[in-house]
Design a protein around this ligand. Structure first.
Ligand code: PLP
Length: 379
């Protein structure tokens, strides 16, 4: 069990604390950067996963010079921290036009549209150039124009070009339905189908004389297992910096790629029930869950953490229920006998982005502190 990880004494943990394994983060970044370089695609990582200027600097060390964010707030935060090429990969919120205009005056800003209404409001309001991406729905069914509605896409691209300050950047998709697949082959198939759909859109734009544009895709499952990115100009995975149990379950990472965990004090050991209760609930882990081996919902797994890393998921020790502050973990008898009230255990998260979003900072295993963007929940 996790109570014997080398660094826990050093960290002096007294309450639920988000830990970050820097060696793993760097390895994850290095692997994705190498993959992008080998495929000659630009890596524009999504920074909503970590929301940290310091971690974004690590990306720069691997040749990254442009990023993706999901809100105007996040774009402003990274612009204030030296990023000059940022795409807000969320449908443009026309209620924030003033801030979008101010930001576009300072940096190269990209925004997303899927309607003439949004294009009209943007085009009429902006007096500084903005890159406009048309959001394409390749099957996820969240936002975007369905990929096979070529006429609508071409017409929207023309509308963008009709405004002096709007630069038509290209077509952008997020194939989040890779997360619904349950095999590597399935994820590769969704990735390939999405990309071939996008290439037909590109062809239609070409025929209409609008083909001088880019194709941007990005989801961590697809980018992690893809063997090729033919016709794609840029990829925007985000979760890959930390990965998590969801990705390990999909098979898109291994347990030793998971680079964040929540350290939680044990507040009760219940031998008869075969459970321990931790100070660490939905407020610290998020209520993200996955289906465990027995078909039950699981909200995290204990880490077998030993030595100087975050360890590996212990699939025999699932977090089986959460309330706001409590987490209940089922632990096999021999593990339970080694656990006491006051020990600190590590919980690997189901969705690292959601878990990290509940914390104001990361503690590194070496004892450092890395801040996240201020003003979010949990602070
Ligand atoms: N691009 C867009 C538009 C997204 O919405 C997301 C995530 O939701 C990403 C990229 C990154 O995908 P992932 O979280 O799988 O890394």
């Amino acid at each position: 069990v996790a109570a014997n990880a080398d660094y826990l004494d050093l960290l002096g943990i007294t309450k639920p604390t988000l830990l970050l394994d820097k060696a793993r983060v760097l390895r994850n970044i290095e692997r994705m950067a190498a993959k992008a370089a080998a495929a000659s695609v630009r890596l524009r990582p999504h920074c909503k996963s970590h929301q940290s200027a310091e971690i974004a600097e690590w990306l720069r060390d691997y040749g990254v010079h442009c990023i993706t964010v999901s809100s105007v707030d996040m774009a402003c935060y990274f612009a204030d921290n030296g990023w000059t090429d940022v795409t807000i990969a969320f449908p443009v919120n026309v209620l924030e036009l003033d801030r979008i205009r101010a930001l576009a005056a300072k940096i190269e800003l990209g925004v997303l549209v899927d309607s003439e209404a949004a294009v009209g409001v943007l085009g009429n309001a902006l007096d500084v150039p903005v890159r406009v991406w048309i959001k394409i729905d390749t099957g996820y069914g969240r936002v975007g124009i369905p990929w096979d509605h070529h006429e609508r896409i071409v017409s929207l691209a023309r509308a963008v070009q009709g405004f002096r300050r709007l630069d038509f950047a290209g077509i952008l998709a997020h194939s989040g339905h890779t997360y619904y697949e349950n095999s590597i082959e399935g994820i590769q198939r969704v990735h390939a189908e999405s990309n071939s759909g996008l290439l037909t859109v590109k062809k239609a734009l070409d025929s209409a004389g609008l083909g001088e544009c880019m194709v941007s895709i990005g989801d961590t499952p697809g980018c992690s297992v893809a063997q090729e990115f033919g016709g794609v100009d840029e990829i925007r995975p985000g979760n890959f910096v930390f990965y998590d149990l969801m990705q390990a379950t999909l098979g898109t990472c291994t347990g030793d790629d998971i680079a964040v965990a929540v350290a939680c004090p044990i507040v009760g050991v219940y031998e008869q029930r075969g459970q321990v209760v931790i100070y660490g609930g939905a407020a610290h882990l998020s209520d993200g869950s996955l289906l465990g081996g027995t078909g039950r919902r699981v909200f995290g797994y204990l880490s077998s953490g030993e030595g100087d890393s975050l360890g590996l998921p212990d699939y025999d020790s699932p977090v089986v229920s959460l309330s706001q502050e409590h987490g209940v973990i089922e632990v096999p008898r021999d593990g339970l006998r080694r656990m006491s009230v006051g020990d600190v255990v590590l919980i690997l998260p189901v969705h690292s982005c959601l878990t990290c979003n509940l914390h104001g900072e990361y503690r590194t295993l070496e004892g450092g502190t890395i801040l996240r963007m201020p003003g979010r929940s949990g602070r």
